[in-house]
Structure formats: C-alpha cells, structure tokens
Design a protein around this ligand. Structure first.
Ligand SMILES: [Zn+2]
Length: 130
C-alpha cells in the first residue's frame, strides 16, 4: 500500500468526512451560542436547572466556563477542518503546510484535518502552538 499519496477515492472519503465534521461543529457552536444567550431566559421558562440559589448560580458559571472551553476547541477544529477542505479544493491536500512533504496517508485517515507531517507537528507543538 502506498502510504504517501492518497488515492482519489481516499481523498473523496476524507473530504466527505471533513464536510460532515464541519456541519457537526457548526451545529455544536450554534447550540453553544444559543445555550449561552438563552441561559437567563431558560431559567424562567423552566426547561433548565431551577434558578435562584447561589449554588445554582455557581453551577451555571462553571457550566459557562466548560461551554467556553468547548466553543474554543470546536472553533479551533472548525478552522482546521475548513483549511483542510480548502487544501483539497486547491489540490495541495496531504502535503505538509510547513515542509511540503507528504503528511502520510495513515495520518490523514486517522486525522483528516491534519495540516502538518508528524515531524513538523511535533516541532510546532514544542514551540507551543498547534
Ligand atoms: Zn512537515
């Protein structure tokens, strides 16, 4: 098996996965946003945790922080997924964005949004950004 070049069907399969992931992330981000905006209202509508006590407020603040972290992670992934789809459209998908070498088919199959080969990814992570 050739592990450096994607076949057309592999590329199509990965593109479908990326499109699907993009939709999922958009929905998640949308839900998180609605959730954040709707917390005050929801408390009055009775479809959320009963509001009023200080313990509930602390819980909802903690939940808000979790949501923020989720939103940030989803957003970062969405950016990576969109960039991968752009690389597919541009025909550069599967090439490391840093060194231009093949990212490697097994790596792409495991992580369709991977932008860098393992060597460059390790380097980037060592420098503190992904
Ligand atoms: Zn590289």
């Amino acid at each position: 098996m050739n592990t450096t070049t994607l076949t057309d069907s592999q590329r199509q399969q990965l593109r479908a996965q990326l499109e699907q992931r993009k939709e999922q992330l958009l929905q998640e981000l949308d839900a998180i946003q609605r959730d954040t905006l709707g917390v005050a209202e929801a408390a009055g509508r009775g479809d959320a945790e009963p509001a009023g006590s200080s313990r509930d407020q602390a819980n909802s603040m903690a939940a808000g922080m979790v949501r923020d972290a989720e939103a940030a992670r989803d957003h970062a992934e969405l950016v990576a997924v969109r960039a991968a789809l752009e690389r597919i459209a541009a025909g550069s998908y599967g090439e490391c964005t840093d060194c231009g070498q093949s990212v490697g088919v097994p790596r792409l199959l495991a992580q369709p949004a991977a932008a860098r080969c393992i060597a460059c990814q390790s380097k980037a992570e060592a420098q503190g950004h992904r």
